[in-house]
Design a protein around this ligand. Structure first.
Ligand code: ATP
Ligand code: MG
Length: 286
C-alpha cells in the first residue's frame, strides 16, 4: 500500500455501528477496521451486520429445535461428567450462608470481599464463594469415606463486583477439592486437575501463575490470554483449623462464564452469563 492509499484509509466505524456489531458478537479486530470513504464503510457495516444477524437467527432456531442446551448448561454438564469420570463426587449446597462462615474463611470486617457480599437479614448472605460449604462437607464426609476423596459443586455465587467486562453480580462457580493425598504431591495434583478441567472446557492454551490471595495466602491462578479463569490453593492452611480439617487438600475454583468467554473469545462476560439481553450468547435485538 502506498502512503497515499494508507492516508485515505482513515474512516472508522461510527460509535453506534461499533456498538451494534459488538453486541452481535463481531470479532473485536473487525471493529478497528479502516475505510477509504463513508459509503464503503456503511456498505461493510451493513454486510457484517446482516451476516451476524443471520448467524444469530440460525442459532436461536437450533436452540428452539432442541438440538442443544444453552452453553452454560452444556458446559456445566461436560465439566460435571469429566470430574465424575475422574472419581469426584458432585454435591449441592445452600446458596444462603451464615455470616459466621465468612468469618471462618478469614473474611472479616475490612476485608475487600466483605464489601462485595449481598447481605440478607439475620446475619445471612448470598454465598460469594463455595469454599465454606465445601469445607463443612469435607469434614463431615471424612468421617464416612476413606481418603483420598474428592468433591465438587457447580452453582451460583454472588458478588457486588464493580461491573466490568469480566465480572457479573451472579456467576457460576465450579469448585473442586480433594482431601487426603500426601502434601508433597499437592502441587503436581493441582496442575493435573487444572489440566483436566481446561481440557473438558475445550481450552487448549492457558498459563499457571503463582499469586497471593487475601483468603488463602499462596495460590495458583489459571489464566487465558492474561485473564483469570481460576484460582487454586493448597492445604494445610491456617484456616483449616476453623473447619476441623487436618489433612492436606488441593482446591480449585473456576468461573464457568469466564471459561465460556475464554473458549468463545467473547470480549464481554455478559454474553456468557444469566441474562435478559442474550439467550445462549445471542443478542436478542436481532
Ligand atoms: P477477579 O480478581 O477476576 O475479580 P477473584 O480472584 O476475586 O477474581 P476468586 O475469588 O479467585 O475471584 O474466584 C474464583 C473464580 O471465580 C475466578 O477465577 C473467576 O473465574 C470467577 N469469578 C470471581 N468473581 C467473579 C465475578 N464477579 N463474575 C464472574 N466470575 C467471577
Ligand atoms: Mg482469584
Amino acid at each position: 500500500m502506498t502512503p497515499d492509499e494508507a492516508e485515505a484509509l482513515r474512516i472508522r466505524l461510527t460509535a453506534t455501528q461499533s456498538q451494534r456489531l459488538r453486541e452481535l458478537g463481531a470479532d473485536p479486530l473487525v471493529l478497528d477496521e479502516l475505510f477509504a470513504d463513508v459509503q464503503l464503510r456503511d456498505a461493510a457495516f451493513k454486510r457484517l451486520e446482516g451476516a451476524l444477524v443471520k448467524d444469530g437467527r440460525q442459532h436461536l432456531k437450533d436452540l428452539r429445535a432442541g438440538r442443544r442446551a444453552p452453553q452454560l448448561v452444556e458446559l456445566e454438564r461436560v465439566l460435571s461428567d469429566a470430574l465424575t469420570g475422574a472419581g469426584f463426587v458432585r454435591v449441592v449446597t445452600p446458596l444462603i450462608i451464615a455470616s459466621d462462615s465468612l468469618r471462618k474463611m478469614g473474611i472479616e470486617h475490612g476485608h475487600p470481599l466483605r464489601e462485595q457480599v449481598f447481605w440478607l437479614e439475620d446475619g445471612r448472605c448470598l454465598r460469594p464463594m463455595l469454599a465454606p460449604n465445601l469445607y463443612t462437607l469435607l469434614r463431615r464426609l471424612d468421617r464416612n469415606w476413606s481418603k483420598p476423596f474428592g468433591i465438587f459443586e457447580i452453582g451460583p455465587c454472588f458478588r457486588r463486583d464493580s461491573k466490568g467486562a469480566s465480572h457479573l453480580n451472579e456467576f457460576t462457580m465450579l469448585n473442586l477439592v480433594e482431601l487426603g493425598r500426601p502434601e508433597n504431591e499437592g502441587r503436581a495434583r493441582l496442575v493435573e486437575l487444572a489440566s483436566l478441567v481446561m481440557r473438558a472446557a475445550g481450552i487448549a492454551h492457558y498459563e499457571l501463575e503463582v499469586t497471593d490471595s487475601e483468603v488463602y495466602g499462596e495460590m495458583v491462578d489459571v489464566l487465558v490470554n492474561g485473564a483469570e479463569v481460576c484460582s487454586a490453593g493448597l492445604g494445610p492452611h491456617p484456616l483449616d483449623g476453623n473447619w476441623g480439617v487436618v489433612d492436606p487438600w488441593v482446591g480449585l475454583g473456576f468461573g464457568v462464564e469466564r471459561l465460556i468467554m475464554a473458549r468463545e473469545g467473547y470480549p464481554n462476560i455478559e454474553r456468557a452469563g444469566r441474562s435478559l439481553s442474550y439467550v445462549d450468547g445471542v443478542r436478542l435485538n436481532l
